[in-house]
Design a protein around this ligand. Structure first.
Ligand SMILES: Cc1ncc(COP(=O)(O)O)c(C=O)c1O
Length: 462
């Protein structure tokens, strides 16, 4: 008698979802190789004691996710090693039975055709490829700088080739900014809740972070003014558009007020605009308003490709010598080949097409977010990969995270984002772009809504 594939279910979450995870896991482990036939709905349902409807739903979701393919009249088969890019990524990183919402990963897109096209055209130009294989200056190639600044201008950023420098992503840009401003071991102002990569850098370079209080538009001008009275600070790091983690977007008026204070106290501003191209409309970048004061950091990571590790910065003229030195001190230059690939994507329209796809995916996910959690104290701004959820009175962040964890859902606590000892609200960040597909996102959001509506954790009195 032929043995049929018999999955082990995790026992957590809806049955169809457990079966979907088991299929993904079996493919990942090679237990279900490409091309293998899955049992019929009826045979599998009988075998594991679930309804035929459960198997049908799991197979449907597996098909939607690109894991399997259904052939009319023949059955369902594991796809020939061609899982969708999102699936492929999650098959490598996901833990069966869990849904992660804790990391701001962009939705994985299929970049293979764009990559192939760009590399083929580069490979057909021997002079170009030979040039890309040499050392270049820290500033990079003039035509590449012109290409990036033209593209940024199309996206509303007042870039000029002379002020543009390349780097290996915004995190690397942040390191360069700290180095070129000579901030190692020095105090640095920032938002009270901030990007955890700043905390990592602060620990490494002994930066003393001072987090400032915020409202829904970001840091409060009065608080900045008070902090400046100390005369201790030379710079401030800000994420004015789609702030990480709170999603705050500074209005133009707030931007002008903050920049006026910075000018009065001669503070350099490091503007992290890593999410800035995701919304279709946004207030002007700080660098547009004060190019002589702002070091602007942008990146290909969120809208185009994180793996390419290409970022860019706009630097005031006064800091150009220090910027060249910081680049030479860290990597001598930024890989001209990677920059060229990015330039081809910009000129050929792929960079915009990928950005557009990312925006679309995020908009679809945001709609589900509002549907499930819109009735709670949720903050979300168009284009964002993440949302900020202030918890109802019965929940503290730690117990809510533990309750979600028990349901197999990973969230990021406000604690993770605190600058220094800044006191944190009872809130969590949800990254809607992290789950592999809509079905996982829906399931996680439904569970979170149920937890939020519940009476809270069970407490034991001693
Ligand atoms: C505010 C902020 N800055 C920088 C980064 C890192 O960007 P990159 O991948 O370009 O280094 C992130 C990534 O999540 C971020 O949220």
């Amino acid at each position: 008698m032929m043995t049929i594939w018999t999955p082990t279910l995790s026992g957590r979450g809806p049955l169809y979802r457990q079966l979907l995870d088991a299929i993904r896991h079996a493919i990942q482990q090679g237990e279900l190789p490409a091309g293998s036939k899955l049992p019929t709905h009826r045979a599998l349902a009988d075998r594991i004691g679930v309804t035929v409807g459960t198997v049908t739903r799991a197979y449907h979701e597996a098909e939607q996710s690109g894991l399997i393919t259904a052939r009319v009249g023949s059955g369902s088969y594991v796809r020939d090693g061609k899982a969708s890019p999102t699936e492929a990524w999650h098959m490598r990183h996901a833990t069966p039975g869990r849904i992660e919402l804790w990391q701001n990963l962009p939705v994985a897109l299929d970049r293979s055709a764009a990559f192939q096209q760009a590399m083929q055209t580069i490979a057909q130009e021997p002079d170009c490829i030979n040039g890309l294989m040499e050392y270049d200056s820290a500033e990079g190639n003039a035509s590449q700088r012109a290409c990036f600044s033209a593209w940024l201008q199309q996206h509303g950023i007042d870039a000029t080739p002379e002020r543009l420098y390349f780097n290996y992503g915004a995190q690397n840009g942040l390191l360069l900014a700290v180095m070129l401003l000579g901030l190692s071991g020095q105090p640095l102002l920032c938002e009270g809740l901030t990007y955890p990569g700043l905390n990592t850098l602060a620990q490494t370079l002994k930066l003393q972070l001072r987090g400032l209080p915020m409202d829904e538009e970001g840091i409060l001008p009065d608080a900045l003014e008070r902090a400046c009275q100390d005369g201790l600070y030379r710079a401030i790091y800000l994420i004015p558009t789609l702030q990480n983690p709170t999603t705050a977007v500074m209005s133009r008026q707030r931007r002008e007020a903050i920049l006026a204070i910075c000018a009065r106290h001669q503070l350099w501003v490091i503007e992290d605009d890593v999410h800035g191209l995701l919304p279709t409309e946004r207030p002007p970048a700080l660098v547009n308003l004060a190019p002589e004061r702002v070091i602007y950091l942008g990146s290909f990571s969120k809208g185009t490709s994180a793996g390419l590790r290409i970022g860019y910065m706009l630097v005031p003229a006064e800091l150009h010598a220090a910027t060249g030195q910081a680049i030479r001190a860290t990597s001598w230059m930024v890989s001209p080949l990677l920059i060229e690939l990015a330039c081809r994507w910009m000129r050929g329209g792929d960079a915009d097409a990928l950005l557009q796809q990312q925006r679309l995916q995020l908009a679809q996910r945001a709609e589900r977010l509002q549907h499930h959690l819109g009735a709670f104290a949720l903050r979300y701004a168009a284009g964002s990969m993440h949302a900020w959820l202030e918890l109802p009175a019965q929940w503290r962040a730690a117990s809510f995270i533990a309750a979600a964890e028990a349901e197999g859902i990973g969230l990021a606590s406000a604690e993770l984002f605190a600058a220094g000892h800044f006191s944190t609200p009872q809130a969590v960040r949800l990254s809607i772009s992290h789950p592999p597909d809509m079905a996982s996102l829906e399931q996680a959001l439904t569970t979170l809504a149920r937890l939020l509506e519940s009476s809270g954790p069970h407490t034991t009195l001693l």
